[in-house]
Design a protein around this ligand. Structure first.
Ligand code: NAP
Length: 316
């Protein structure tokens, strides 16, 4: 059909997003990676980009697309997008906040329970027929423990809501204190870690939070403390974490995100005091459909000349 805007995808997008995209746009699927010559020919016509939370949209890519108007990310995190370069060109950036809060918070609690109660290990114990030989060693109680949340935004607050039902005492750190919330503020991750049994990381990724959780924070968390990361791999110093786990500097970790996804260091995979899952924070059918709908709505709104349902804060 004529007059459909040209759109470049920068991730393998789910069929339930591809289908509406193909109805409304002329879609060029990851052409910049698949066929450099064809991409060069089509680049001047590209008016939109659609990608996932893990997509990279660099200043170089933006510079190759003179007609680009909007970058729509199916995900709340957009640390892979060079927003400054987009803004300098007047390109809008949109994401999908809120619709994934429940799932990511659910997963944070699931990781806390799994690492503290050693559920994966307990299941293996049963499956391997070891139960008749005696009971499992005792685990760690989660209810009533001290929870520290690094990043008290939309998802951080959803994690706190759930933790209250577990009778946990809740403290947090963020760029600024939130006096309206009934939780204790600590100015630094280190001070928060020192006051926590479980430290859950849920900030954005990117330069401002790179290695926010370093060896010093892990030392403050201490040998009975657990680290949970559902933010981005870049927020935790992964080498320092592996060392802390190997040496018993902390008790254990539950991780959904890693520095070099989808590659997870062998040293981490070899440890018994970790629960590792492959970036599944928002990976339910219900939530991914809601995210896809929002990513599409942002594009539709832009080309209809309407305000975007969810532009990123820098573009509002
Ligand atoms: P949000 O509402 O923007 O909240 C982010 C929080 O992080 C805010 O409280 C913010 O502080 C804090 N923060 C930002 N920079 C910080 C810094 N340098 N030091 C300390 N705290 C800092 O975002 P959200 O919707 O909750 O999402 C948070 C992040 O979760 C996303 O950006 C994404 O990276 C990650 N995520 C992961 C998955 C997954 O699959 N595992 C899924 C969805 C999201 P202020 O409140 O003071 O500004």
């Amino acid at each position: 059909m004529a007059n459909k805007p040209d759109l470049l995808t920068v991730a393998r997008l789910a069929p339930f997003l591809m289908q509406p995209l193909q109805g409304a746009f002329t879609v060029h699927e990851r052409l910049h990676e698949e066929d450099a010559a064809a991409f060069e020919r089509i680049a001047p016509a590209i008016r939109a980009i659609c990608g996932s939370g893990e997509s990279k949209v660099s200043a170089e890519l933006i510079a190759k697309l003179p007609a680009l108007e909007i970058i729509s990310i199916m995900g709340v995190g957009y640390d892979g997008v060079d927003v400054a370069a987009a803004k300098a060109r007047g390109v809008m950036v949109a994401h999908t906040p809120d619709v994934l809060n429940d799932d990511v918070a659910d997963l944070a609690l699931a990781l806390m329970l799994n690492i503290a109660r050693r559920i994966p290990q307990a299941e293996q114990y049963l499956r391997q027929g070891r139960w008749p030989g005696g009971p499992m060693p005792l685990a760690r109680k989660m209810s009533g423990a001290r929870l520290g949340i690094v990043g008290m935004g939309r998802i951080g607050q959803a994690i706190a809501d759930r933790a209250r039902a577990f009778g946990m005492s809740i403290a947090y750190t963020a760029r600024s204190a939130k006096p309206a919330l009934p939780y204790t503020f600590h100015a630094t991750p280190r001070a928060l870690a020192a006051a926590s049994d479980f430290l859950v990381v849920i900030t954005p990724g990117g330069a401002a939070t790179r290695k926010l959780i370093d060896a010093e924070v892990l030392r403050a968390l201490g040998p009975t403390g657990y680290l949970i990361n559902v933010a981005r791999g870049s927020v935790v110093d992964e080498a320092a974490l592996i060392e802390a786990l190997q040496q018993g500097t902390i008790a254990g970790a539950g991780l959904d995100v890693f520095e070099n996804e989808p590659h997870v260091p062998e040293a981490l995979r070899a440890l018994d005091n970790v629960v590792l899952v492959p970036h599944i924070g928002s990976a339910t059918t219900q939530t991914r459909h809601a995210m896809a709908a929002r990513a599409f709505d942002n594009l539709q709104a832009h080309f209809a000349g309407q305000p975007l349902p969810s532009a990123v804060p820098e573009c509002r």
